[in-house]
Every structure is written in C-alpha cells, then in structure tokens.
Design a protein around this ligand. Structure first.
Ligand SMILES: Nc1ncnc2c1ncn2[C@@H]1O[C@H](COP(=O)(O)OP(=O)(O)OP(=O)(O)O)[C@@H](O)[C@H]1O
Length: 328
C-alpha cells in the first residue's frame, strides 16, 4: 500500500500501475491535480542507480523527467513524470499487427535509444513493458534500474564476461546469454526481438518461461535462440524487420550503431502505409488493408503536447516533422 510517509504530503495515491520484480509503481497526483508516477523500491542500490540515470537523461525526449528521490531507510522511492499506459495494455488500443503502427513505433523507439545512448547510457532491459504511451500518444521508455554507463570518459568500457544474466530471457540478446557485458547493440537486438513479439504475439523460446529454475530457463531459451535464423524469426513480416535485426546482431561490442540508417528503414516503411491508398501494394507489405483505415485515424493526432509539473522547467520539445501515431 502506498504510504503517505514515503512522499509526505507531496502526492495523493490514485492507483497501483505496475508491480515489477523490484517494487511497485503508483499513479499519484499532486495538490494541483497533476499526475505523477512514484516507483517504490526496496533495493537501495537499484533505486539510487535509477535516480542517477534518470538525472543523466534529463531532457531526453521519451524519458520521463525525474522529480525527487525519497529515502525512508528501508524503502526508497522516486517520483517522475507520469507516462501513461503500457503499449501492450489493451487500454492503449494499439494494434501492432498494423504495419503503420509497428514501423512508427519502431523508428521512434530507436530514436529514444539513440538519444539515451548519446548520453552514454545503455538501458539493458528492453521489453514491451518498458514502453508506455500517454493519452496524447507520447511514447516513453521507463525502468532504468539496470541501466549503466557504457563509456569511461571518452572511451568505451571493455567487454567483460559476467557470471550473471540480466534482463528478461525472452528479449535478451545472445551476447547477454553468453554473459557479456551489454552495450548499445544489445538494446537494439532486444528491440528487434520485441518487434517480432509485438507482431507475432510470441517468440519461439517463449515456452521456456514455464521452466521454474532460472538457470535452466535461460539455458534452454539460449539453445533455441542459437538455432533460429533471423529469416525464420521474421518470416511473414516485411523485410525491414529482418534487416534491422541482422544489422543489430552484426554490430561489434563497442561499435556505434548507424541510427540514421535504422530509423530510415522504418520511417520509409511507415511512409509506405501512411501516404496513400496504394500502400497495401507496397512490395514489402504482408499486412492487411485495414492499415489504410488506421492511417487515416492516426493522421488526425494532435501535435506534441508538453506535460509539465510544478517546479520544473519546460524542456524544449524537438518537433517531429510529420504527424504520426506515436509522439516522442
Ligand atoms: N513514469 C511512469 N508512468 C506511468 N507508468 C509507469 C511509469 N514507470 C513505470 N510505469 C509502469 O509500471 C510498470 C513497472 O515499472 P518498472 O518496469 O519501472 O518496474 P520494475 O519493478 O523494474 O518492473 P520489472 O521488474 O517488471 O522490470 C511499467 O511496466 C509501467 O506500466
């Protein structure tokens, strides 16, 4: 239960919006009725890490602004900008089987990762639950508990082999299974698996989730991942998705990804579906004609709205030139 002792009189509790492995996230509102999210965490190190990372990422479009850190001895909390609902929550209303929605989501997620990486941070736990969307379709990435700096000053950190796995077995890269320290490529690979999952609703190693022993679960999932080619994973999807995953997997540990190339892959694909009624004749289309209908609806979306909270300076919002489904 959300206790007033955690945030004093700063917020009124509205509801629980997330129960993760490490704590709970609450939807709250301040005295002015402005919503915020409060994440309560038991593990001090994780909580402080997330707060620090969010401070480093202050102003990055698509990352919630962090307001305060609360230290209550045995419980820690951080208050941040309220992002909305998870993209896979039925309430969000997204149909990721639509080429327009999926490719629009893809390039905007890559844009968030690009801007986060530019600040020297890798997320390390990319999965659908970490993407949330506001009522006005602003897309946010959350949960920076496992995030790390990948550089020491100017130089990329050296690759280490760790004796632990981190993140989620479903979306973890094969590098993660090998115990390698994670870098920019791994955020992209996890996003690649995630795009397939969003479209197909499953991944071939999903059943491993039934294995109760964590080490066995990870090992079994890895053995299946090793056998699956990118082509077989992306079968039935536009070739852009396999291009993205192939490229991300091919990256060396410390190589800076060509984000522009990746963003354009999906911008071009989404443009195919948003431009005109010929969209379903597009060579890469394997999607249904209802994409045209979706395009019409999505084009009516309002431009980016600045969500602000008292005591916080308004960040400059970088305009996106074409009005699209999900706003960064
Ligand atoms: N700023 C936010 N605004 C709105 N909802 C949020 C926000 N931050 C988190 N949530 C919701 O709470 C859920 C859990 O948050 P988060 O992933 O940060 O917690 P966690 O304990 O690390 O979870 P897990 O162990 O599953 O990774 C998210 O999936 C999201 O639905």
């Amino acid at each position: 239960m959300f206790k007033t002792e955690i945030c004093g009189e700063d917020y009124k509790f509205l509801k629980i919006i997330g129960k993760g492995g490490f704590g709970k996230v609450y939807e709250v509102e301040d005295v002015l009725g402005i919503k915020a999210a409060v994440k309560v965490i038991k593990d001090e190190k994780l909580a402080r890490n997330e707060y620090k990372v969010l401070q480093i990422l202050e102003g990055v479009k698509g990352v919630p602004r962090v307001f305060r850190f609360y230290d209550k001895g045995s419980l820690f909390a951080l208050s941040m900008e309220f992002g909305g609902v998870c993209i896979i929550d039925p309430e969000s209303g997204f149909d990721f089987k639509s080429a327009y929605v999926l490719s629009d989501f893809a390039w905007k997620s890559i844009e968030i990762l690009k801007n986060m990486h530019r600040r020297g941070i890798v997320h390390n736990d990319i999965k659908p639950h970490q993407f949330i969307v506001s009522e006005n379709r602003k897309l946010f990435l959350v949960d920076f508990g496992f995030s790390r700096r990948f550089k020491n000053g100017k130089f990329h950190k050296e690759l280490k082999v760790l004796d632990r796995k981190q993140g989620n077995f479903l979306f973890a890269s094969k590098n993660c299974h090998k115990g390698y320290s994670l870098s920019r490529r791994d955020d992209l690979i996890s996003l690649g698996y995630m795009l397939i999952y969003l479209y197909k609703g499953t991944l071939p190693w999903e059943n491993c989730g039934n294995i109760t022993n964590p080490a066995e679960k990870w090992d079994k999932a890895y053995s299946i991942k090793k056998l699956k080619t990118v082509a077989s994973l992306c079968k039935g999807m536009p070739s852009e998705f396999s291009k993205f995953l192939e490229y991300s997997i091919s990256l060396e540990y410390s190589k800076k990804p060509d984000y522009g190339y990746l963003i354009n892959i999906f911008k071009d694909l989404s443009a195919l579906f948003s431009s005109n009624s010929n969209s379903t004749n597009a060579s890469s289309s394997v999607f249904s004609t209802k994409d045209n209908w979706l395009t019409q609806t999505y084009f009516e979306m309002a431009a980016t709205e600045v969500i602000d909270a008292p005591g916080f300076k308004i960040q400059d919002q970088v305009e996106i030139d074409n009005p699209v489904g999900i706003i960064l």
